[in-house]
Design a protein around this ligand. Structure first.
Ligand SMILES: NC(=O)C1=CN([C@@H]2O[C@H](COP(=O)(O)OP(=O)(O)OC[C@H]3O[C@@H](n4cnc5c(N)ncnc54)[C@H](O)[C@@H]3O)[C@@H](O)[C@H]2O)C=CC1
Ligand SMILES: O=C(O)[C@@H]1CCC=N1
Length: 302
């Protein structure tokens, strides 16, 4: 049992509803594969397993580097250096390589292998940039495959992720239910139109990296003013967590929440003045714009 976040889409915005009753969570019986064993594959799989949605015995994972696979083996997953083994054995296959390695990863499946073994699979792509149309081209050799484009972020590992998804052609209700069951336990998760995926990736898939910079800088500021590092970092991180929760749960505008902190002639407004002089808002908006545009560049380079 777990408390889930519920939400509905209102006028293109998402409204969160926190559920007060624990919801029964069903286990997934399908075999789950990961082609690519890196940061994002681990974040998704380890989190989902922790929530008892799957067991490692039903997980298949491949990567060319056996040493990296040991951590999966120790947990009980089925590992291989051949992507074909994952594609053949798993029912649901996460494509979790860097975009520029996808062609190579799929070519490895096709070389000298029986492609007829790989049909009727649900592929879940977490790749930045590549559209459903691109993915359909890449996956053409695999008969009766269905594709869902999913954009997660690394905080899924700690159950505070943001994930959006967009189904491709022929995706079934059962396929959608698998994605929802897997990802809803890892944080916020909802369906979007594909045109929103690149900007969403720029906000919340890349967003943790921007936020770590801010937390580090806040901690540095504390150290500059005489706090010990450990304490400064703990306080900075908890402050960002708390501010995020305030935005999500009070329904107040960010400007109002900011004003609630700024006393007239007080300390905070002096800090805000310094941040504005440094162009913090313009820099963050530029970051989201650059990351969104970079997704289109990745697509062109495929
Ligand atoms: N890291 C993040 O925060 C997010 C990443 N993504 C997407 O997830 C995908 C994976 O990113 P990360 O996990 O960060 O990268 P990563 O570099 O940590 O993991 C990729 C893994 O793929 C493996 N690999 C390389 N060539 C391969 C091949 N031919 N066959 C099988 N495996 C191969 C590597 O050994 C590596 O462990 C990317 O496409 C990225 O766009 C999406 C959302 C967030
Ligand atoms: O930086 C990247 O390309 C990936 C996609 C979103 C987060 N990390």
């Amino acid at each position: 049992m777990k408390f889930r976040n519920f939400f509905k889409i209102l006028n293109n915005g998402v409204q969160l509803h926190y559920c007060t009753q624990p919801q029964p969570i069903q286990k997934i019986t399908e075999k789950i594969g990961f082609i690519g064993d890196g940061n994002m594959a681990k974040a998704i799989c380890f989190s989902v397993e922790k929530h008892n949605i799957i067991d490692f015995s039903q997980v298949y994972v491949s990567s060319p580097y056996r040493a990296n696979l040991n951590i999966w083996k120790e947990k009980g997953a089925n590992i291989s250096i051949h992507n074909y083994e994952v594609a053949r054995n798993a029912d649901v296959i996460f494509l979790a390589v860097k975009p520029h390695f996808l062609k190579n990863a799929l070519d490895g499946i096709l070389e000298n292998n029986n492609v007829d073994d790989i049909k009727n699979k649900l592929f879940i792509s977490i790749l930045a940039g590549y559209t459903l149309e691109d993915l359909e081209q890449f996956l053409k050799p695999f008969k009766e495959s269905r594709i869902i484009r999913v954009m997660p972020n690394t905080p899924v590992l700690v159950g505070e992720g943001c994930t959006v998804y967009c189904p491709g052609k022929n995706v079934t209700q059962n396929d959608l239910s698998i994605v929802k069951t897997l990802m809803e336990v890892t944080g916020l998760c909802f369906e979007v139109e594909e045109r929103f995926i690149d900007p969403i990736a720029a906000v919340c898939a890349s967003g943790p990296a921007y936020t770590y910079l801010f937390i580090e800088a806040l901690s540095d500021g504390g150290v500059r003013m005489g706090l010990h590092r450990e304490m400064a970092t703990m306080l900075a991180a908890q402050t960002v967590l708390g501010a995020g929760k305030m935005v999500l749960s009070t329904n107040k505008h960010m400007g109002t929440l900011k004003d609630d902190v700024c006393s007239a002639g007080g300390t905070t407004i002096a800090g805000i003045h310094a941040l504005e002089k440094g162009g913090v808002r313009g820099s963050v908006i530029d970051a989201v714009q650059s990351a969104t545009n970079r997704a289109a560049e990745l697509r062109k380079a495929k």
